[in-house]
Design a protein around this ligand. Structure first.
Ligand SMILES: [Zn+2]
Length: 255
């Protein structure tokens, strides 16, 4: 029976060291929590890169005391990610723009969440933000140089990113994917993309129901962002999301 490792390995039986690239803290759990848990159960060493710190995010009402500053929120969101990482067995984590995920000749920087607004049910698009520090405002060459610095440091065998639907179309997800595909091409590494939707065609699907409690616990780490129910989550913006226990994977063709 085929497993996710068959898609992630360059050749059957090869050692696998995936670098997961996600735009925001919580995407790793929402989109790939079950896969990360499955890999942790098999002692597969995984590196996680998040591109932003999520400090622009809204906060679920009543979770934090009134008067919380943005600096406090950054700390809270770091703790949330820390909590999820522990549950999902992620030992190595870096943030884009901070060494070692920063091009050697450049000072460290924070890429800000670009924000989004809903165009239609389940489909996001760019927000009207004029912040020049956002992930989508940064030059692609700078982003790719940062990711290349990390690749050269940690030597992953495969990069993992979202498909070209960007999970639900968030501009940062699409940007993270664009950067990942470009860096992989430069580094000569394969890219595996995960399906944004359960009905996406052309993917190899893996059912991972045994990861349920682990994923639910990891989702609960993100109290400022998500309200977790038995079989779904409600995002801070009000939209509903599934608790994803199946993952669709495929190799991105190298061109
Ligand atoms: Zn996200």
């Amino acid at each position: 029976m085929r497993t996710p490792l068959d898609v992630l390995a360059a050749a059957p039986g090869d050692q696998v060291f995936p670098l997961f690239v996600h735009a925001h803290p919580d995407d790793e759990t929402l989109d790939t929590g079950a896969l990360l848990g499955w890999l942790a159960d098999r002692n597969v060493h995984v590196e996680l890169l998040t591109c932003t710190r999520g400090e622009q995010g809204e906060v679920v009402e009543g979770v934090l005391p009134a008067g919380v500053t943005q600096a406090d929120l950054v700390l809270v969101r770091q703790h949330e990610l820390q909590c999820a990482k522990k549950l999902l067995g992620i030992r190595e984590h870096d943030v884009l723009g901070t060494p070692p995920a920063r091009a050697a000749d450049l000072p460290a920087r924070n890429y800000h969440d670009s924000g989004m607004r809903w165009f239609a049910e389940g489909l996001a698009g760019p927000a009207d933000l004029a912040d020049p520090m956002t992930l989508t405002a940064a030059p692609l060459t700078e982003l790719v140089a940062d990711l290349m610095a990390l690749i050269e440091r940690v030597h992953p065998t495969v990069l993992v990113t979202c498909d070209n639907a960007g999970s639900y179309g968030h501009p940062d997800h699409l940007r993270a994917r664009e950067m990942t595909v470009a860096a992989a091409r430069q580094a000569g590494l394969p890219v595996v993309e995960f399906a944004s939707r359960d009905d996406a065609g052309g993917f190899e699907w893996f059912e991972l129901p045994e990861q349920r409690s682990r994923v639910v616990d990891a989702l609960r780490c993100y109290a400022t962002q998500l309200t977790v129910h038995d079989d779904h989550v409600i995002h801070v913006g009000g939209q509903r999301g599934e608790i994803r226990l199946r993952v669709g994977l495929r190799r991105v063709p190298q061109s």
